[in-house]
Design a protein around this ligand. Structure first.
Ligand SMILES: Cc1cc2nc3c(=O)[nH]c(=O)nc-3n(C[C@H](O)[C@H](O)[C@H](O)COP(=O)(O)OP(=O)(O)OC[C@H]3O[C@@H](n4cnc5c(N)ncnc54)[C@H](O)[C@@H]3O)c2cc1C
Length: 382
């Protein structure tokens, strides 16, 4: 594996970084306080091609491989200080667009992918329920055969982009006796379908510019054509989408960690305490060195996992290891960044505390880190 960036990858990285730094960083503290999603900035990201990075060009995407997609998202995470916007975009692309691209019928791909890649259609992945989060496949939501389609009933919670979504990707029990192995099916439906409600909005500690809500199905009708893949094939489709999400959200985290590292170096070189700049205190410099080591290790793991996405039938172990390591590295780096900034790090105006709040979500969404460790343990035969 050679992860030296090609000329094209370098140009792409620099263009996205410049774009994000110039266009995406206004009023973040205000939007964070008000829990406001910026449609304007979403549209700008889409115009940059960020909503369809790996999707084939024939459907409006950029046709990038997994590694180049990671490099692009790392640049976005580096240049954009709005963690909620980056997360919303990643959820849309990885948990929603990827399963349609990988498993949808030609008709579904033609109907949905151009709008998803252009960002004119926003998608939500509705999986989690009140009684099934980590135990995701043990869901209560049912899709019962009705004529040529299905009637869906159930309530999905904590769904990213739910309150602003135009389409819903969801998974239901079509054969409860079979459960996870053959009993779950994926569907894609317009959010305005009769019997679907997406109006609930949850308040949360971080990622506050990303909207999180409920998706309620009350006898919502899904025609057979709305099925993603085959009946009973939902578990494999959802699992693959999570492998993409675990790997490539980590890529965006790399960018955030690099920015924190650079901000801390700059602060430690200029902030004076006593006769020295604080960077001369070993207690501070060692924290910064650890940030650097974590970033380099995280990047290797993430690039390896991203490279694997296009090459292997399963990226389960690599994506779970990446997700655990990088999300925890980000939390530790954000904690250290607050400490290095002293009391100023605790103030909203420096923006460091917001990154710490945002970082916690990474240990929970796409499956908690405990569940990721279970997956790796399984691959190790434990
Ligand atoms: C910011 C954010 C965005 C999200 N976006 C989405 C989304 O777009 N779509 C969606 O469907 N869901 C989404 N979720 C929900 C997320 O996937 C779930 O919160 C997560 O899977 C955990 O489920 P739970 O909250 O029910 O916790 P639980 O499953 O109740 O877990 C509680 C605790 O027990 C531990 N635990 C549970 N089972 C095990 C086990 N077998 N072994 C070891 N430990 C275990 C967990 O690790 C956790 O610490 C989002 C969550 C967050 C925080």
């Amino acid at each position: 594996m050679d992860f030296a960036l090609s000329e094209d990858q370098r140009i792409l990285r620099d263009e996205i970084t410049r774009f994000a730094e110039n266009e995406l960083n206004d009023d973040i503290a205000e939007r964070d306080r008000g829990q406001t999603f910026s449609r304007e900035q979403w549209d700008k990201c889409a115009e940059m091609g960020l909503a369809g990075l790996p999707v084939p060009e024939q459907y409006g995407g950029s046709g990038l491989d997994g590694l180049t997609t990671a490099i692009a998202l790392e640049a976005l995470g580096y240049g954009c200080r709005d963690g909620g916007l980056v997360f919303s975009l990643c959820a849309h692309l990885l948990a929603c667009t990827v399963p349609i691209w990988k498993h949808g019928s030609d008709e579904l791909k033609e109907r949905y992918l151009p709008g998803l890649c252009a960002g004119t259609t926003i998608a939500v992945n509705a999986m989690t329920e009140t009684t099934s989060g980590s135990d995701a496949f043990n869901m209560a939501c049912r899709a019962v055969k009705d004529g040529n389609g299905y009637r869906i009933n159930g309530t999905k919670i904590m769904s990213t982009n739910g309150p602003i979504a135009d389409i819903v990707i969801t998974y239901s029990q079509t054969d409860p006796e079979k459960g996870a192995y053959g009993g779950l099916t994926g569907f894609v439906l317009d959010a305005k379908t009769e019997g679907i409600r997406t109006d609930q909005k949850f308040e949360k500690m971080g990622l506050r510019t990303s909207m999180l809500g409920e998706v309620v199905f009350e006898d919502a009708y899904a025609p057979e054509e709305a099925m993603i893949g085959k009946v009973g094939g939902g578990t494999a489709i959802f699992t693959q989408s999570m492998e993409w999400e675990r790997t490539l959200i980590a890529a965006a985290h790399l960018g955030t960690m690099r920015r924190l590292l650079e901000d801390c170096i700059a602060y430690a070189r200029t902030r004076v305490s006593g006769e020295h700049t604080i960077g001369k205190h070993q207690a501070v410099s060692h924290k910064i060195v650890d940030m650097k080591i974590r970033l380099e290790a995280a990047r290797n793991l993430t690039y390896c996992s991203a490279w694997n996405l296009d090459r292997s039938r399963t990226s389960a172990m690599a994506s779970s290891m990446t997700k655990v390591f990088v999300s925890e590295a980000l939390v530790q780096t954000a904690l250290d960044a607050v400490q290095i900034h002293g009391g100023h790090g605790f103030l909203t105006e420096t923006g460091v505390e917001r990154i710490l709040r945002d970082s916690i979500g990474g240990t929970l969404y796409s499956g908690t880190n405990e569940v990721q460790r279970n997956i790796v343990a399984g691959w190790l035969g434990l």
